[in-house]
Design a protein around this ligand. Structure first.
Ligand code: NAP
Ligand code: ZN
Ligand code: ZN
Length: 347
């Protein structure tokens, strides 16, 4: 086994703290990654505080991982030592089912080994995430970071990037369409950049005017404050697609009315508490409410290549490892522009 260190939540109510643990030895198809940066996703906070239930402790969060290949197993074909690589939300899956064969491993019918707060394919060995120095991952679950994207700005693409790219592609966001983005946080700001790069007219919905200037800089054509009732009246049946990235419970049906007939409401935010909604706004215009979960390996690579081609990356605030607990508090307040990224060199 390989000794490494990181930060872990010891329980749902305790702050994260330094933690020593072991990774498996590098197997024939494994890649050893020296982690350079890891993004802080709101899902890390939800899970470290057990807001979704079923959390396993100690928990080393982190699924927006970038680093450099330090060692490869004998049979590794896809990577070489020194290459910039990334790891997203899962590190293994059954590889045999319909969805694994389609490279949609996040929907594996047997067992997805999520990057942390989960287990390996044996369903016993816990997985530990990217708030750590090193990671050992099968080459089939590792992504190439294309040259041209600074590593710290690439990290959030591994979750925030793919989580927004996948449904925007799925639901036909592009030239001649109007996209609404709810919540301008980590996912929201990537939805704006990607939606604009796909050619859509993007409108941001945010709780205050604070982020208006940023929204425009990120590529939004328009900006609306969610408390502004008039804005809702003026935008009835305006959008083909809305993507909801909000991390907390609040009303969703007022936004359904902003969708055209057959419009699509994409829910990616996962609040702790159940959402409530009125049926009629959905039914009356055959609108769709759809969910979406991250994305598979093939599409994650496609997204990374797309971002490199379009010169897109996340807007980040790089922080030291010891600042992680303070960063969680700021994340809760919406005080982040637009993703915290941990610098593992500070560990
Ligand atoms: P984030 O950076 O904290 O952004 C969430 C945004 O939601 C905030 O910036 C804020 O935007 C808005 N918001 C927060 N609290 C609100 C409230 N009480 N009322 C209204 N708006 C509020 O979080 P994130 O990392 O982007 O993640 C967003 C959500 O997506 C989380 O629930 C996360 O777990 C989930 N997620 C899902 C997937 C998936 O595969 N489906 C993947 C990753 C993350 P404004 O300040 O602009 O109002
Ligand atoms: Zn995430
Ligand atoms: Zn499978």
């Amino acid at each position: 086994m390989l000794k490494t260190s990181g930060y872990a939540a010891p329980s749902a109510r305790a702050p994260l703290q330094p933690f020593s643990f072991e990774r498996r030895d590098v197997g024939p198809r494994d890649v050893l990654i020296d982690i350079r940066y890891c993004g802080i996703c709101h899902s890390d906070l939800h899970q470290a505080r057990d807001e979704w239930g079923g959390a396993a402790f100690p928990m080393v969060p982190g699924h927006e991982v970038v680093g450099v290949v330090a060692k490869i197993g004998k049979k590794v074909k896809k990577f070489r030592v020194g290459q910039a690589v990334g790891v997203g939300c899962f590190v293994d899956s059954c590889r045999k089912c319909h969805y694994c064969k389609m490279s949609e491993q996040q929907f594996c019918e047997n067992h997805v080994s999520f990057t942390y707060n989960s287990t390996e394919q044996d369903r016993l060995t816990p997985t530990f995430g990217g708030y750590s120095k090193q990671m050992v991952v099968d080459e089939n679950y590792v992504l190439r970071i294309p040259p041209g994207i600074p590593l710290q700005r690439a990290a959030p693409l591994l979750c925030a990037g793919i989580t927004t790219y996948a449904p925007l592609r799925q639901w036909g966001v592009g030239k001649g369409t109007r996209l609404g983005v709810l919540g301008l946080g980590g996912l929201g700001h990537m939805a704006v950049k990607i939606g604009a790069a796909l050619g859509a007219e993007v409108t941001v919905f945010s709780r205050s005017e604070e982020k208006k200037k940023d929204a425009k800089r990120l590529g939004a054509a328009r900006f609306l404050v969610t408390a502004n009732a008039k804005a809702f009246e003026d935008h009835q049946q305006y959008f083909e697609t809305i993507i909801d990235t909000v991390s907390a419970k609040r009303p969703v049906d007022p936004y359904f009315e902003l969708l055209k007939t057959d419009g699509t409401y994409i829910l990616v935010g996962v609040p702790e508490h159940p959402l409530e909604l009125k049926a009629m706004p959905l039914i009356s215009r055959r609108r769709k409410l759809v969910g979406s979960l991250i994305g598979g390996i093939a599409q994650t690579q496609e997204m990374l290549n797309f971002c490199a081609r379009k010169k897109l990356a996340a807007d980040v605030e790089v922080i030291a490892m010891r600042e992680v607990n303070a960063a969680y508090e700021r994340l809760l307040k919406g005080d982040v522009r637009y993703r915290f990224v941990l610098d593992l060199a500070t560990l």
